[in-house]
Design a protein around this ligand. Structure first.
Ligand SMILES: [Zn+2]
Length: 177
């Protein structure tokens, strides 16, 4: 987990006093030696939906944008400040696929790293097993989704996922079925 090392090359000046006096402490703390400013790099919460159809196939999203364009993904994204994980999941699934969720069941969580524009974010990815109200209403947001696939869980090659955390969720889902 070298998120803070990436920050070391991205942050040069203290955002409070402007001094070039930032220190990177341990794995998650940035301090300013000039004004004692402190910034903690805590894990960002992200959510992922394991949505199944009537035959038990899992909905896979092929990413249309970087990072990891063209690789497999699960619907989801980052939680906004003030949201519950369930609210974030419903919002992201609706934004990405136009779907309303009928049921949500927590499955498991895994840590992940997300590289974006020169920064590495530590995330905690929360996986939920979901049913959509009407899967026939699916309408993928073209900016985010290149292709939608329905794949029987046992046939999923977890190495195709953009992020290890998602492959591990699918493995956990298969083990618990
Ligand atoms: Zn400062």
């Amino acid at each position: 987990m070298d998120c803070i090392d990436r920050c070391g090359s991205a942050f040069r000046y203290c955002p409070k006093c402007g001094a070039a006096a930032l220190r990177f402490v341990g794995s998650k703390l940035i301090t300013c030696a000039s004004c004692s400013f402190e910034l903690y790099l805590n894990a960002a919460a992200a959510v992922a939906a394991l949505i199944t159809d009537e035959t038990g196939r899992l909905l896979i999203v092929v990413r249309a944008e970087d990072p990891k364009k063209g690789m497999w993904d699960l619907p989801g994204g980052f939680a906004d400040p003030g949201e519950t994980a369930e609210e974030a999941l419903r919002r992201e699934v609706h934004e990405e696929l136009g779907l309303e969720l009928a049921s949500i069941r927590y499955l498991c969580s895994y840590p992940n790293v997300y590289d974006y524009k020169g920064l590495r974010y530590a995330t905690m990815d929360l996986g939920f097993v979901c049913k959509a109200k009407d899967l026939g209403a699916i309408q993928a947001a073209q900016s985010e989704v290149m292709e939608l696939l329905f794949v029987p869980p046992d046939e999923i090659d977890t190495s195709r996922f953009a992020f290890d955390s998602l492959g591990r969720m699918v493995e956990r889902y298969r083990a618990g079925k």
